[in-house]
Ligand binder design. Structure first.
Ligand code: SF4
Length: 385
């Protein structure tokens, strides 16, 4: 590509940069990732799909250990389809965005039951599967089947918006970015091109201080020529996130068992285990807590609060603790989890924090590790892959 002072309008006939230059760069600098096939060979669709679902809103570093453990436990789509939902949620616990795990399980069942255990080699058919959206369908189609599909995630949005110095704001600019990306997807090596775009965004065209001198598209990049790389992509301002408050109740039976319940299967943390608690809302008067307690007991408010940041809001929980008689029965819809089994429950990071706060020394190393891992995964929202 020859640099010009005024970039030509982009169309399918006029890609802004040469895909072959990117592929040459990729052949030398591709990242080694556990879900990637060796150079020159076709990737397993199950592994591509699993990694792409895990990588949604989550960093590569956070995903790697989960991916390895998940694959060891569910090595193929049939074993995942046959697993109980609890086992899937437990394997996912700490990775965040739990609707992904429910959809993952549902998708595996559809692939096993309706597609003979094989992912369809068709972008539209992939998009019709549970939990597979436009980006994931394109990524699996390209990487697993070499279909020339445009897989546009946050990394690609950044690279393309810089290449053409796109003034239009995200998310409104998405269709334009898709059209421009599609114009660059080669008919051959479409899977490598998709992965090369991911690698370029993750390692060279980073959100801050992109390494333009190492970029195979440096000569083609309008933002680089104008010295405005970091100002792209342009984004619409987000509304400030309001803190929510609530109470959580840790009821500890004399034998160490802890009262738990399962959250509704849809919605935030759907299907995950939790200690009973109140709704989470902008204003939570603590006088309300006695009404929200799951059972009658000598509830003691613990000092301090537990903070957790979800994608759409920060949460602050006040923790109450009570000791119950060893013969105490669980209220309807709840259960006691034995002390030695608690760490194996499908507890999201926020609930692990609550238990660590309320039960000093409870499985401290394992829980701290899981909470840290989970927090890293959950905080990876929107970060580069
Ligand atoms: S030249 Fe710089 S800003 Fe442009 S695509 Fe390459 S790394 Fe990104």
């Amino acid at each position: 590509m020859t640099p010009t002072n005024s970039p030509a309008p982009q169309s399918a006939e006029n890609p802004p940069a040469d895909p072959q230059a990117l592929l040459v760069w990729y052949d030398r600098h591709r990242r080694s990732l556990p879900w990637r096939a060796p150079a020159g060979s076709r990737a397993d669709p199950y592994r591509v799909w699993l990694s792409e679902i895990m990588l949604q809103q989550t960093t590569v570093q956070a995903v790697k250990p989960y991916y390895e453990r998940f694959l060891a436990r569910f090595p193929d789509v049939e074993s995942l389809a046959e697993a109980p939902q609890d086992a899937v949620m437990q394997a996912w616990a700490g990775l965040g965005y739990y609707s992904r795990a429910r959809n993952l399980h549902a998708c595996a069942k559809v692939v096993a039951d309706d597609h003979g255990g094989r992912f369809p080699a068709d972008e539209d058919a992939l998009r019709a599967l549970p939990g597979i959206g436009t980006y994931t369908a394109a990524a699996v189609a390209a990487i697993a089947f070499d279909i020339p599909a445009a897989a546009v995630d946050g990394n690609v949005e950044r690279v393309v918006s810089r290449l053409i110095a796109l003034e239009e704001l995200l998310p409104g600019a998405k269709p334009r970015i898709r059209t421009v990306t599609q114009a660059m997807v080669p008919q051959e090596r479409a899977g490598d091109f998709a992965q090369a775009m991911m690698d370029l965004g993750a390692t060279i065209c980073t959100p801050k201080r992109p390494a333009c001198a190492l970029c195979p598209w440096m000569a083609d990049c309008t933002a680089r020529r104008e010295g405005l790389q970091e100002s792209f992509p342009r984004k619409a301002k987000k509304a400030p996130r309001e803190v929510r408050h609530g109470a959580a109740f840790v009821a500890e039976r004399a034998d160490g068992a802890v009262l738990l319940r399962t959250r509704p299967s849809s919605g935030l943390l759907g299907g995950m285990a939790e200690v009973p608690g109140s709704d989470w809302r902008a204003d939570y008067p603590l006088s309300q807590a006695i009404l929200d307690a799951p059972c009658e007991a000598r509830w003691r408010r613990l000092p301090g609060i537990v903070r957790h940041v979800f994608t759409h809001f920060p949460l602050e929980l006040t923790i109450f603790h009570a000791r119950l008689d060893r013969h105490a029965q669980a209220p309807d819809g709840m259960r006691f989890s034995a002390a030695e089994e608690l760490a194996e429950e499908a507890l999201p990071s926020v609930m692990r924090k609550v238990l660590v706060h309320a039960l000093p020394g409870w499985d401290a190393p394992a829980v701290a590790k899981a909470a840290k891992r989970g927090a890293a995964a959950e905080k990876g929202a929107g970060k580069k892959k």
